[in-house]
Design a protein around this ligand. Structure first.
Ligand code: DC
Length: 204
């Protein structure tokens, strides 16, 4: 049983999830879990092993057997992949990996175990408020104007790449990117991190 607040932060790429979830976690003295890093780590391992990311069975096996730690550093099967999971190759491969139902089942199970072992936490992703923690204390769905999202992701992904990934993430049959009916929708366009964090904390 969780003893503290669970804050779910969802939204598309570049909406500000990482920055906002980090700042909220720091303010509350909670740990943060970046679930996108988990899907990215599985995609990285598939590429590393020469496995086709679309080979559902082989990729599910990688997820099930993964020794994965996601904290300040991301360690996958003994390799520090903190930067390697942010390359364009991984960004291109990750949507098909995240659409794999067996991979999602495995990673969602691990995300729930992560929270159960702690006094709550801040968890960011795409389906955290809708699927992983429907009973979260606060659900936040971040958005931002497309140009701003592309600019924020500019270092690792083109505007076309971000748009393509959003399309794939939003239209996949399993756990599509969708805001929970009880989520607070927050447009971060042109707003400071402090301002956004204050608003999230006001919902607690
Ligand atoms: O947040 P990110 O861009 O690092 O996420 C990488 C990919 O993982 C993204 O294309 C969608 C997917 N993802 C997901 O399907 N569910 C989550 N809870 C987190 C990420």
């Amino acid at each position: 049983m969780r003893g503290g607040p669970l804050i779910a932060i969802d939204g598309p790429a570049g909406a500000g999830k990482s920055t906002v979830s980090r700042a909220v976690a720091e303010r509350l003295g909670l740990e943060r879990l970046d679930t996108g890093a988990m899907y990215r780590s599985v995609a990285w391992q598939a590429l590393q092993d020469g496995v086709d990311p679309a080979d559902g069975e082989a990729v599910a096996k990688i997820a099930a057997g993964a020794l994965l730690e996601v904290g300040t550093r991301v360690v996958m099967n003994g390799h520090d992949v903190t930067s390697a999971i942010r390359t364009p190759e991984v960004s291109r491969a990750v949507s098909v990996v995240a659409a794999n139902p067996a991979v999602r089942r495995e990673l969602v199970k691990r995300q729930r175990a992560w929270a159960a072992a702690r006094r709550g936490g801040v968890v960011e992703g795409r389906d955290i408020g809708s699927v992983v923690f429907p009973d979260a204390t606060v659900k936040v769905f971040l958005t931002a104007a497309p140009e701003e999202r592309a600019r924020r992701r500019g270092h690792d992904e083109s505007a076309d790449g971000v748009a393509r990934r959003d399309r794939l993430d939003s239209t996949r049959p399993v756990s599509p990117l969708i805001s929970a009916p009880d989520a607070h929708i927050l447009d971060t366009t042109g707003r400071s991190v402090e301002d956004v964090v204050e608003e999230v904390l006001s919902w607690l």
